[in-house]
Design a binder for this molecule. Structure first.
Ligand code: GDP
Ligand code: ZN
Length: 401
């Protein structure tokens, strides 16, 4: 779903919300005196760099080259230098600002330091050093940068801090880091239209955990839960520690609890098309107009998808990842033998399995299966596990052929 074109600069202006650790500006009254430095010159640089012009580019429906990996791998267009002015007092003493990359535009990054959003290039030496990484700079990265001077309007990213987490999209065997340092994945399902699919929810949970994000399950359209089945599923996830909030964007039920989950964190939304992700976000902040990535069971094969996301700042002091291209959180890259680790409530029982290499499906003396029988593990979760295990086994045997 593509909403109206929106630049994160013009679409959602900074209002000075400070999230934890964001925006360590050294003060806005810094001297404007400048120093000349040499930075990368991008050949064929015919795209205007002003926010209103990017908006125009979006509106015209042009594809903007956004793959950082491809950009750093390209030779030739990085080989020239040009001189820009950067603020003297922030470079001479080695001090940088710290900010969060909220969007990538070609070889530029939009960096939010909590005060304002600045357009930055990425220092050549940094690109070169990080060239073998999957994505040297991605949305959500915490970076140190020299701020832009008035003369150029561009800052320079000097350093990328280590990532806490990565949101990865798999396309075949290729991995794309869609976003970094996202705290949690809000996994939205619905009581009906479409009916809840715990197996699908579990796939999202695993990919969230694999990317070191906290999974939070939300059952929306709870106004349609006449039989109480969705509430039971929510309770199951709550007992494992994955939220389990029930909402209705239609009636307003649970919206306060939903909003509270976002507070002070960065969140990616996941869930099938039609479950109500846009409606929920609209209830949190009217007019957000997010292009939420719908999740399809099939992968993005054959479909053109962009690999970058955007961070949008909510008025409540939170970031939401806008992921137009993330259509599938594929978990097929996790080896079958490692799936058990991602069913966190299984883990305490595993040492008691009779066989060290127990797969918890049909072995005798399996402590996990016993826990299912005693009610300590929900049968739906065990069903998800065996299904994922079998799928993975099929995939791996196909790949080895
Ligand atoms: P998305 O594809 O996940 O972003 O879902 P949308 O937000 O576009 O919602 C899909 C449909 O479900 C729309 O027709 C909404 O009006 C409807 N919808 C969303 N939330 C609720 C809800 O809580 N209750 C009911 N009954 N319908 C809802
Ligand atoms: Zn076992």
């Amino acid at each position: 779903m593509n909403g109206p074109p929106q630049s994160s600069l013009t679409g959602l202006p900074c209002r000075g919300h400070n999230l934890d650790g964001m925006g360590k500006s050294k003060g806005q009254n810094a001297r404007r005196a400048g120093r000349k430095v040499r930075v990368d010159f991008r050949a064929n640089r015919n795209q205007p760099s002003r926010a209103k012009d990017w908006t125009r580019l979006h509106r015209d429906g042009q594809e903007i080259e956004t793959s950082a990996v491809e950009n750093v791998a390209t030779k030739g267009d990085l080989s020239r230098k040009r001189t820009v002015i950067v603020s003297e007092d922030r470079t001479a003493d080695g001090e940088h600002l710290v900010g969060t990359v909220i969007a990538l535009r070609g070889q530029f990054a939009e960096v939010d330091d909590g005060q304002r959003v600045q357009l930055c290039t990425i220092r050549r030496v940094l690109r070169t050093r990080l060239i073998h990484q999957r994505a040297p700079v991605t949305v959500g990265d915490r970076v140190q940068f020299h701020p832009a001077s008035d003369a150029t309007g561009e800052g320079v990213i000097e350093k990328v801090e280590p990532r806490r987490s990565e949101l990865i999209r798999f396309a075949g065997r290729r991995e794309h880091v869609v976003a970094a340092n996202i705290d949690q994945a809000m996994i939205v399902s619905s009581a009906d239209l479409p009916p809840p699919k715990p197996h699908l929810i579990d796939r999202y949970i695993i990919s969230a955990l694999a990317g070191r994000m906290r999974p939070v399950v939300c059952m929306n359209k709870i106004d349609l839960d006449a039989g109480g089945q969705a509430r039971q599923i929510a309770a199951m996830y709550a007992s494992i520690g994955y939220g389990g909030i029930c909402t209705s964007a239609a009636s307003g039920e649970g919206i306060d609890a939903f909003r509270e989950v976002f507070h002070g964190k960065s969140t990616v939304l996941a869930g099938q098309s039609g479950v109500g992700k846009s409606s929920l976000l609209n209830a949190v902040q009217p007019g957000l107009g997010l292009r939420v990535g719908d999740i399809c069971e099939e992968t993005a094969k054959g479909r053109h998808t962009t690999t970058t996301a955007q961070l949008l700042r909510l008025e409540i002091g939170a970031y939401v990842v806008d992921t137009p291209g993330v259509r599938s959180f594929d978990v097929t890259m996790i080896p079958a033998g490692q799936i058990e680790q991602f069913f966190e409530e299984f883990v305490p029982f595993i040492p008691d399995c009779k066989f060290a290499d127990c797969t918890h499906r049909h072995e005798t003396g399996c402590a996990v299966k016993q826990a299912v029988e005693s009610g300590a593990i929900h049968p739906l979760r065990h069903e998800s596990y065996t299904r994922l295990y079998d799928e993975r086994f099929d995939v791996q045997s196909t790949m080895n052929r």
